[in-house]
Design a protein around this ligand. Structure first.
Ligand code: ADP
Length: 493
């Protein structure tokens, strides 16, 4: 099959910058699509510290000190090229110290929207100047939401992009890039007001994600269930009408995971390795985890783990009621790793004080600890209010750590409720977002744990699941192909 030209834009890309699953998906697509023979170009901002991570980075003479005016301010940016690790796909880093040389990848600064408007414009301008006309511009989340509009306005006369299609992927519809309508001037598009959602304008705002969803040729999200939920329920967070107005379904492609990094057979973060035939290493990791976390329970007792952003989305308002009761009623232990909202960190610290030796919490970002929790826990708790895809429950399956999840989004698409009668299923899945349901799910999982042969069957089922990138990348590849074929048909018509 003919190789395609693919441009992937993301505000974060592994291994350069990561705060969540978006970085993993973008990195995997860039690496894997290149390995399949496509001409893949990745784009991201050159945040502080990123230069040190890519030794191959070099300046592009034709893209040095390029001027761009956003509203009343003129910026200069340069573009540095580098080779993506492993496969050597080309990465372009947009270097604009005035906007990106800051302590974090994301800020609450007044010019936050300009950081991503400039990123999007610079990516298009780079393609134009180097003569790269992609079959598909793959935009990810609100940061790249204005690209589809730019293709249909500023760049509409550009022959190079005549056949280029745009794909907008929603990784979390809760983050929309809502900015003051004053930002319209920064977009640099003549006669822009009629092109922007009138309700947003009358509320005095512009919504970057909504603009992307309106003008993209195709829209996708990171699981089939979330694709349905955001169109049909309040989980669309105000985007339902925009999505329905497109007249075609949102495509759901479940994220894959990188088993080179997340596999108990060779995980470099673990002191002991294991596989489904021999789980002695899992027990050893449990002992290590108990020791490292300061948990003093007998290793035969069930250990429930969590690795999570401390955010409302992840179900912490329920856990504040459920966990104290769970530890009071059940002879089990609990370990959590995560950073985020202080009120949830304070709750977890309080839990540790109330149940010394049985509850542990670390508020750091700690990659090694995340792997050890996946490997050493018996069950993994993820009671999310909503979850576009979620990665940790998929890691848990591979590590034989039974996921306890709510029946929503990617959790619903990756975990099947276990039926002790038939021995089928991979975890504990509950429906309602309330404390009774979480209590029920934890109690049920612990009752399965008490029955060793049943638990072993469940662990075997979980470890046999395969959610590797290859399936996911093949689905994106097929979608790009469909769009590129459609573009060919419409341009020859
Ligand atoms: P989200 O993107 O909504 O945060 P995901 O489950 O899709 O949730 O991805 C979260 C990723 O971040 C996982 O790879 C998880 O292991 C990692 N992670 C979250 N918090 C921490 C932490 N404190 N330390 C290490 N890794 C973390």
């Amino acid at each position: 099959m003919k190789p395609m030209k693919i441009c992937i834009l993301s505000s974060e890309i592994m291994p350069y910058a990561k705060t969540g699953g978006l970085a993993d998906v973008a990195g995997a697509l860039i690496g894997e699509l290149k390995a399949r023979g496509h001409d893949v170009r990745g784009f991201m901002p050159l945040y502080r510290g990123v230069r040190d991570r890519e030794p191959s980075m070099r300046a592009l003479a034709e893209l040095t000190d390029v001027g761009l005016r956003l509203g009343d301010t003129s910026y200069l940016y340069s573009v540095l090229a580098g080779n993506f690790p492993g496969t050597g796909a080309t990465m372009y880093f947009i270097d604009c110290p005035a906007l990106y040389d800051r302590p974090g990848f994301y800020t609450s600064d007044a010019d936050e929207h300009r950081r991503f408007i400039l990123f999007t414009r610079a990516a298009l301008e780079t393609c134009r100047r180097i003569g790269f006309g992609p079959d598909v511009f793959h935009c990810n989340d609100w940061h790249t939401g204005f690209l589809p509009l730019y293709l249909k306005t500023i760049y509409s006369g550009e022959a190079l992009f005549e056949r280029s299609r745009s794909l907008m992927t929603i990784h979390n519809i809760g983050y929309q890039g809502v900015m003051s309508a004053a930002a319209l001037d920064d977009l640099g598009v003549d006669g822009i007001r009629p092109l922007i959602d009138p309700e947003d304008l009358s509320a005095g705002v512009v919504n970057a994600l909504r603009t992307g969803l309106k003008y993209a040729d195709v829209v996708s999200t990171v699981s089939p269930t979330y694709a349905r939920e955001i169109c049909a329920t309040e989980l669309g967070m105000g985007m339902q009408a925009t999505l329905l107005a497109r007249g075609e379904p949102v495509i759901g492609i479940l994220n894959g995971v990188d088993y080179r990094e997340w596999d108990p057979r060779h995980d470099p973060h673990l002191g002991a390795h294991f596989d489904p035939r021999d789980l002695a290493g899992k027990r050893e990791n449990k002992r290590t985890l108990l020791g490292d976390a300061g948990l003093t329970v007998d290793p035969s007792r069930p250990l429930i783990g969590m690795v999570s952003r401390l955010a409302e989305q992840k179900g912490f308002d329920l856990l504040m009621q459920v966990l104290p009761r769970c530890l009071a009623e059940h002879d089990c232990a609990f370990v959590a790793l995560g950073s985020g909202e202080p009120r949830y960190a304070e709750f977890l610290e309080g839990l540790v004080r109330r149940f010394p030796g049985r509850a542990a919490f670390s508020g750091r970002h700690d990659e090694a600890m995340a792997h050890l929790i996946e490997a050493g826990s018996d069950a993994f708790l993820m009671p999310s209010r909503y979850e576009p895809c979620g990665l940790n429950q998929i890691y848990s399956l591979r590590y034989g750590t039974i996921p306890i999840v709510r029946n929503t989004g990617g959790l619903a698409d990756s975990v099947r409720h276990f039926d002790p009668g038939t021995g089928e299923g991979t975890g504990c899945v509950f429906n309602d977002y309330d404390t009774a349901a979480v209590n029920w799910a934890i109690g049920t999982t612990l009752s399965w744990y008490a029955d060793a042969p049943l638990w072993d069957r469940l662990v075997q089922n979980a470890m046999a699941q395969d959610f590797s990138w290859s399936r996911q990348v093949a689905e994106y590849e097929a979608l790009y192909r469909r769009e590129s074929d459609l573009a060919a048909v419409s341009s020859s018509a």
